[in-house]
Design a protein around this ligand. Structure first.
Ligand SMILES: *Cc1c(COP(=O)(O)O)cnc(C)c1O
Length: 375
């Protein structure tokens, strides 16, 4: 299998080779999605252990076979309340949700409109669907409206139109213009599939994300792997949507249910997110602190930032990005360089995330270090 080595050499030459790394001890981590510091929260760990003792270490089968336990129902009921929907359905991860729900909602003869900067899991969901895909410019509702109109008119049979977007873009840190997007979708008779992976836990009075009580033409998806400090995902919407997905979403049907301990952990996280706004307040304090800091070098201000915990520092060249990331590591700061195919060619960047656990001094250390490595 010589092609394996050939491909690896090509990646190395292009500066796109990736390896698994361990974070050296004592290094400041500025690329975690653990926005509220919940991965280390003792109550989450205790709840996970308790769920394992009660229901077992693994779930033993898919939920439709024998892997359905009261704890999953409990979490789904709590999630529906959290999002203000009739129902919610668990998925094993955000990736599972996106590759299962999109092809279930949109099939042959339908149209999918997808933001050009959507996450790989959304792109894969669109690829798995038999619907025709139309990509619109990032957050450009004029472009989307134009495409919705033209493609809608061009198709002969009455087709479903699904708009797929992230709520908080995972690599840019900017927000989708949700209110206007929903109004446009309603006018054009389209459904919106909203990926709130980086929004739940971070936005909303009780951490519910960009929207509570979604209108009927909005399907909300959220994950537990980021601010929830756990693992897994959910889709929130009507009872009928849930019933439909249980019967149609292949990544729900044909996979072993999440281990009970993971479900217990997510349930404990949800309770904390709903009832302890202090963590969210601290997170937003830190976001502002980094965004307005006089130490923040001007080149990072060119990057988008301040709308979410995600800041994007544009570098451009993939190799240069990795060199800067390495230099920062030597100063005790871990900031992962992001390269294609995660982001478009020529837009390699440092992706920086601020969490509620960072101290003022740590954020100052970061901004100082960024100043010294100005490209
Ligand atoms: C992380 C992420 C996912 C995948 O979620 P997992 O639970 O990690 O599989 C999906 N969409 C977006 C926007 C993400 O950032």
């Amino acid at each position: 299998m010589k092609f394996l080595e050939d491909e690896i050499q090509k990646l190395k030459a292009a500066g796109l080779y990736r390896t698994l790394k361990q974070l050296p001890p004592g290094v400041l981590n500025f690329c975690s999605n653990d926005y509220l510091g919940l991965t280390e929260e003792p109550r989450l760990i205790a709840a996970g252990l308790a769920a394992a003792r009660r229901f077992g270490a693994g779930s033993g089968s898919a939920r439709l076979i024998a892997g359905n336990f009261p704890i999953q129902d409990e979490l789904e009921v709590a999630l529906a309340r959290f999002k203000g929907t009739e129902a919610a359905l668990l998925f094993n991860s955000g990736y599972h949700a996106n590759i299962g729900v999109i092809p279930a909602l949109a099939g042959d003869g339908d149209l999918i409109f997808s933001d050009e900067l959507n996450h790989a899991s959304l792109i894969d969901g669109c690829r798995l669907s038999k619907a025709e895909k139309v990509v619109y410019r990032h957050n450009d509702l004029n472009h989307l409206e134009d495409l919705l109109r033209r493609r809608g008119e061009a198709s002969l049979a009455p087709t479903k139109k699904i708009i797929v977007t992230e709520a908080v873009f995972s690599m840019e840190g900017d927000l989708c213009p949700l209110k206007d997007l929903l109004a446009l979708a309603e006018k054009q008779g389209a459904i919106v599939y909203l990926d709130e992976a980086h929004a739940v836990g971070v936005f909303g009075e009780q951490g519910e994300g960009l929207i509570k009580n979604p209108p009927p033409h909005l399907v909300c998806m959220g994950t537990f792997g980021k601010a929830f400090g756990s693992y897994g995902a959910f889709v929130a919407g009507s009872k009928t949507l849930k019933e439909f997905l249980i019967n149609r979403a292949r990544s729900f049907i044909f996979t072993t249910a999440l281990p009970p301990m993971v479900v217990g952990t997510s349930l404990a996280a949800l309770k904390i997110i709903e009832t302890e706004p202090e963590r969210r307040e601290k997170l937003w304090e830190n976001i502002k602190l980094f965004h307005i800091s006089p130490y923040t070098p001007s080149y990072s201000k060119r990057g988008k930032g301040g709308d979410s915990p995600i800041f994007s520092i544009p570098i451009g060249d993939a190799k240069k990005t990795m060199e800067i990331s390495q230099k920062l590591l030597e100063q005790g700061i871990y900031l992962q360089g992001i390269r294609p195919p995660t982001v478009p060619e020529g837009t390699s960047r440092l992706r920086l995330t601020v969490t509620a656990m960072h101290t003022k001094e740590q954020i100052q250390k970061l901004t100082e270090a960024l100043r010294t490595i100005r490209p």
